[in-house]
Design a protein around this ligand. Structure first.
Ligand code: PNS
Length: 163
């Protein structure tokens, strides 16, 4: 059984992330979506809540592959998580050439740390290639409309005033 881990902040999860999840789940037997617990970064919801949201979105929007997707939170190094999960692959999405430099650096660093774990990239679907969680956070913070960029449940949550 081939396991891959898809780590990220998913703050919030976008339609681009969801597209990568669906396609990666078609390529591996088991895909573990791992939401980083990162107290330093600005967050729209805590990691546990973001993980629960992703679980619900996957069950609703990708029922055909939902059985192969697990969602969890994690702290620490992605390569350590991959080893704990017996995952041979890290999945990342590439939207544009601008993502390439930092993703290449991360892939090489992870490979140096754990040569048994390889990174594979999925090109984000063209219609989602412009999406970015940080821009979505900014739009939502000013009350802008993010529907069509994130799953409907996330649109509803981002409309709610934060405490
Ligand atoms: O969605 P993001 O914020 O681009 O995801 C970045 C993430 C979570 C993949 C990266 O920050 C990460 O792997 N963090 C865990 C700590 C780690 O392993 N750092 C070394 C990466 S080379």
């Amino acid at each position: 059984m081939t396991t891959a881990v898809y780590p990220g902040s998913f703050d919030p999860v976008t339609l681009g992330h969801l597209d990568v999840m669906q396609r990666a789940a078609g390529a591996f037997d088991r895909l573990v979506v791992a939401v980083l617990v990162n107290p330093r970064k600005s967050v729209t919801a805590d990691a546990q809540d973001r993980a629960g949201e992703i679980r619900a979105v996957v069950a609703e929007s990708a029922p055909d592959v939902a059985g192969r997707i697990e969602v969890m939170t994690f702290e620490g190094l992605t390569v350590d998580l991959a080893t704990r999960l017996d995952a041979g692959f890290i999945v990342r999405g590439l939207r544009a050439v601008s993502d390439f430099e930092s993703e290449m650096q991360m892939a090489h660093t992870n490979r140096k740390l754990r040569p048994t774990v390889d990174t594979v990239f999925f090109m984000t679907a063209l219609e989602h290639a412009y999406l970015s969680s940080s821009l979505i956070r900014e739009i939502a913070s000013f009350g802008g409309d993010v529907s069509g960029m994130v799953p409907p449940a996330v649109t509803r949550r981002l409309r709610l005033p934060t405490a």
